[in-house]
Design a protein around this ligand. Structure first.
Ligand SMILES: Nc1ncnc2c1ncn2[C@@H]1O[C@H](COP(=O)(O)OP(=O)(O)OP(=O)(O)O)[C@@H](O)[C@H]1O
Ligand SMILES: [Mg+2]
Length: 451
């Protein structure tokens, strides 16, 4: 008996089927038919390319079972045999679809040395960049196919998640690094409105998406990559906070904020307007710099006639090394970065202060924080920060790369006047006293000079 599979893809799904790019991502909002397209595409590849080796991954076993194993077993009944122990569908033409999940970061290493002509990553934003790059190494010719085939990877994704950064960079922002070929990356935007099947059979689902709170709706209904569930700063809006660079008056108070690490040096230059608003007007973001070199580059980037009142930096910079007895701050000061002072590095109170600055000011006064368009890393990283699952008011420190610029911003804003009046004081104010008297600018300045 010949079994046929009847499929009717919508136009976006068809575009996904036809893409031969090395990396094709199908993403955006909820319910557009992405998972359906992924598993159907993989089945079509298995049927049409004898001997092909395919790997389909999701983050957890539960998701894999619900989203793919169960529907695939139904679809492939009588067409392929399923072996539960190895989670594999074997076809009579010797094609193979292996299903897997990566609960932990290192689980990806089990695929090292293996070869798959096609790899599908479902909900790719749930995977880390490390996992993605490890998998690209397995995406190669396996030696079983009789006909030529160019290895490729398919991704489905919604905004948000630990891998939002790399998915957004490669497929939305298209900001490529050396060695990445822009032509390899193809993105198809998916919206629930594209899913005729769902629109007809479950119109209530669309209504549910339409009724979501604003930020979540922006992500889940419209596929806006600058808004997603779990984002730490939904208040951040490029349209409101990012401004075209302009001349900063010499009279405005200027200061710097530094988050130093060998993995990344992030430094921000900030100015205070006469009304007490803050403008981030310059940034420096560079990896692999030793302390003295980072200090020198920060000094070089500061014009000589620009008077910098102080530079706040993470307090651990003052830890002394046992061998030399010197601290990182000592080395930076010796390399010309003077005016260093310890930042108030309390995380939760600090994030609250950042949030206050991001909130648009009332009465059409605009936000209290503006960022020059040229500070691209701060602009990129702020919306990518997500909530820490175990510490409700804290930001997650992963992926680590995106945390440096926001941390520098936090140190910077914590060095300014508190914005929250005692009346609006949040419940945990004992951790950080918002109403403790602060010294004035000049006292502050004198303090670190004479300290
Ligand atoms: N072309 C199609 N033919 C038949 N059913 C389809 C088709 N496309 C999608 N569906 C069905 O629509 C529903 C939603 O699709 P699917 O789960 O693929 O969406 P999704 O974009 O992956 O959603 P989510 O964002 O929640 O992961 C599922 O029941 C799926 O089987
Ligand atoms: Mg899905």
């Amino acid at each position: 008996m010949i079994k046929t599979i009847d499929i009717t893809p919508n136009p976006k799904q068809l575009e996904f089927f036809k893409s031969k790019a090395k990396y094709t991502a199908y993403g955006g909002a909820r319910g557009g038919g992405k998972s359906w397209a992924m598993r159907t595409k993989l089945v079509l590849l298995a049927l049409n390319h004898p001997g092909i080796n395919i790997l389909l991954l999701r983050r957890t076993l539960g998701e894999l079972r619900e989203n793919h194993i169960i529907p695939l077993r139904k679809l492939l009944d009588g067409i392929a045999t399923y072996k539960e122990t190895v989670k594999e569908f074997c076809f009579s033409n010797s094609s193979r679809i292996k299903l897997g999940y990566l609960d932990n970061e290192s689980d990806v290493l089990q695929y090292q040395g293996q070869a798959y002509e096609v790899i599908g990553m479902e909900e790719a934003t749930q995977f880390t960049y490390f996992q993605f790059t490890c998998l690209t190494e397995c995406n190669r010719y396996s030696g079983n196919m009789k006909t030529p085939f160019s290895p490729r990877m398919y991704f489905t994704c919604n905004p948000g998640g630990v891998g939002s950064d790399w998915v957004k960079r490669l497929f939305i922002d298209r900001a490529y690094r050396t060695g990445e070929n822009p032509e390899d990356y193809y993105f198809i935007k998916s919206l629930v409105y594209d899913n005729v099947y769902l629109m007809e059979n479950d119109p209530g689902y669309v209504k549910t998406l339409e009724a979501l709170p604003e930020v979540r709706k922006r992500a889940m209904l419209y596929g806006d990559w600058n808004a997603f569930e779990g984002m730490f700063f939904p208040e951040f809006d490029e349209k409101i906070h990012v401004v075209t660079p302009c001349e900063i008056p010499a009279s405005w108070l200027k200061f710097r904020s530094l988050d130093y690490g060998l993995d990344m040096t992030a430094c921000l230059w900030l100015a205070v307007t006469p009304e007490g608003k803050i403008v981030v007007y310059r940034e420096f973001y560079r990896s692999d710099l030793i302390l003295s070199e980072a200090a020198r580059q920060i000094v070089n980037l500061t014009p000589q006639n620009e008077r910098i009142r102080y530079t706040v930096a993470s307090p651990d910079l003052w830890n002394r090394r046992q061998d030399s007895g010197k601290s990182g701050a000592d080395i930076m000061i010796q390399s010309g970065l003077t005016g260093l002072k310890k930042a108030d590095s309390q995380r939760i109170p600090g994030w609250r202060v950042v949030r206050e600055y991001l909130k648009a000011g009332g009465g059409g006064e605009g936000p209290l924080l503006n960022i020059f368009l040229t500070c691209s890393n701060l602009i990129r990283c702020l919306p990518l920060l997500i909530f820490d699952k175990d510490q409700p008011e804290d930001a997650c420190d992963k992926p680590h790369e995106i945390t440096h610029a926001p941390e520098a911003l936090r140190y910077a804003l914590m060095s300014r006047q508190p914005l929250i009046t005692p009346a609006k004081k949040p419940p945990f104010s004992s951790i950080y006293s918002f109403d403790k008297p602060r010294i004035t600018e000049d006292e502050e300045y004198r303090k670190f000079i004479y300290e």
